[in-house]
Design a protein around this ligand. Structure first.
Ligand code: MN
Length: 496
């Protein structure tokens, strides 16, 4: 399971020596009170670490480069309680490599109408101090999050918390390793892309491993470990009769457990956060990994099918962003449509690998033949998705840039029994409506593979794209095709 609670964001207050020691003492006291409140907030999933007020070019540079160096620090929050002449920030901000959130707040919420004097005015200066700071960040062309409002407000704390989740997703990518068994599915365009550019831009690496290397690990799994895992299957899922002891396909279940244990060992030993495979390259494997991939995804490893390393990486980052929240983030494919003009819907699924984090109820463990890959019948978990607000996000390589395409969706309860469908199924309606959403998705070059999310917001993904320095396009309740096309055309010029 993914745990981000030990990660840190540094809270850095800017000022200058002009105010004298008494005021600066008050500034530090007030800042630490804000930090305490943020740490007490249920909305913020990481530690907020108070840092001494920075008052000179040197102090700023030292603090920001220390943030770069501290492995546990996933980003910094800055606030100008008083005025902090921003030329002092140029050197530090230029060197800063961690995500930046500018909290535009004020220590005193209300103006004390009867007692306000120049002392109050000179202490509560964020209204102009933060504008001076904002100028230099813009002047340096640095992307950052700006959060506005009183620090005690729940909605402000939520915005900060949401941003820390984004920063945690970004942090997780830095130095992350994704294993690719085999290459891309032959001839497929959208799942392919520039892995060198991705590593430069995103910080994670994708490298290939022969499926034979994996098979060797799978074959080394002990019978005892398999027996234990089979027991776990039996206690966790509704098993179909043919998979029970003495059942016709009992051996398939044993092979599935062997594959899961081997795959997990391979991932643990190699320090991988996710992986991809392709049914065109499974030499030596008895069946296509189904339940193995499903359960590993539920544990926090990410996966995408057919060699799709970009989606695998995106799913991982989004799993980190949603860590500990209700709902899930999962590899998804737009599979089939229900084109009833009154109620068009998208049925999302995959051949086997649908993440049980999306299961509305206890999955059933089944075995069915697979008409693709030419292997033995694979075991898989079958379940329905949940109703509720959601989104899909796809990451594509456009040659001169990566594009993150996001579509707001509404998950729907699956009411039909679908007795002959041997895979998990998720149902949703895209916003603003089926026709506009699908038109925009196609015009935006959106992939058929996505990450389906029940707990990451559009705003978080936009912030993520800004940290990465890539394009983001949103399809939501406000989208019109005319505006969407214009945005694409404008962006072509912007990224040229
Ligand atoms: Mn696929």
């Amino acid at each position: 399971m993914i745990d981000i609670s030990q990660k840190e964001v540094w809270f850095i207050t800017g000022s200058q020596h002009l105010y004298g020691p008494e005021t600066l003492e008050q500034v530090a006291k007030n800042s630490s009170e804000i930090v305490e409140a943020l740490n007490a907030s249920q909305q913020i999933p990481v530690k907020v670490v108070f840092k001494p007020t920075v008052k000179t070019t040197e102090e700023i540079y030292e603090t920001l480069t220390a943030a770069n160096q501290e492995a546990n620090c996933i980003g910094i929050i800055t606030w100008m309680h008083t005025f902090s002449p921003a030329k002092m920030w140029i050197r530090g901000l230029t060197a800063l490599q961690k995500p930046l959130c500018h909290l535009h707040t004020q220590f005193n919420r209300d103006i004390p109408w009867d007692s306000i004097d120049m002392d109050f005015m000179n202490l509560n200066q964020a209204a102009h101090g933060d504008r001076e700071f904002g100028f230099i960040v813009s002047r340096l062309r640095k992307n950052r999050k700006v959060v506005v409002g009183h620090w005690s407000q729940e909605s402000v704390q939520k915005k900060i918390g949401d941003w820390t989740r984004v920063a945690a997703g970004w942090d997780d990518w830095q130095g992350a390793k994704f294993a690719r068994f085999g290459d891309n599915m032959r001839f497929v365009a959208v799942t392919d892309g520039d892995k060198v550019e991705a590593e430069t831009k995103f910080g994670f690496s994708v490298n290939t491993y022969a499926v034979g290397d994996l098979v060797e690990v799978i074959n080394g799994v002990s019978d005892q470990a398999i027996a234990e895992l089979v027991k776990e299957y039996e206690s966790s899922y509704n098993m179909v009769d043919s998979l029970l002891e003495g059942g016709e396909f009992r051996q398939s279940l044993i092979e599935a457990a062997r594959i899961e244990l081997g795959l997990e060992k391979f991932l643990v030993d190699g320090g991988f956060k996710g992986f991809t495979d392709t049914f065109e390259d499974l030499h030596g494997m008895v069946q296509l990994p189904g339940i193995a991939v499903q359960r590993l995804m539920q544990k926090g490893y990410s996966f995408a099918g057919e060699g799709d390393w970009k989606t695998a990486a995106l799913v991982r980052a989004m799993k980190v962003m949603g860590a500990g929240l209700e709902g899930g983030n999962a590899f998804m494919e737009d599979y089939t449509y229900h084109l009833d003009p009154k109620e068009p819907r998208i049925l999302g699924s995959h051949m086997l690998e649908v993440d049980p984090v999306l299961a509305a109820s206890r999955p059933s463990c089944e075995v069915h033949p697979l008409g693709i890959g030419g292997k033995a019948d694979p075991v898989r978990l079958v379940f329905n998705g949940r109703a509720g607000d959601s989104l899909v996000a796809g990451l594509m390589d456009f040659g001169n840039r990566f594009r993150l395409l996001i579509n707001k969706t509404v998950g729907e309860e699956v009411k039909e029994a679908l007795p002959k469908l041997p895979v998990a199924r998720i149902m949703w309606k895209p916003l603003p409506d089926f026709e506009t959403a699908c038109t925009a998705w196609i015009l935006g070059g959106g992939a058929h593979h996505t990450c389906y999310s029940e707990n990451v917001s559009v705003e978080q993904l936009e912030d993520f794209a800004e940290i990465a320095g890539i394009e983001s396009l949103v399809i939501d309740e406000h989208t019109t095709i005319r505006d969407f096309k214009n945005t694409i055309h404008t962006n072509e010029a912007y990224y040229r």
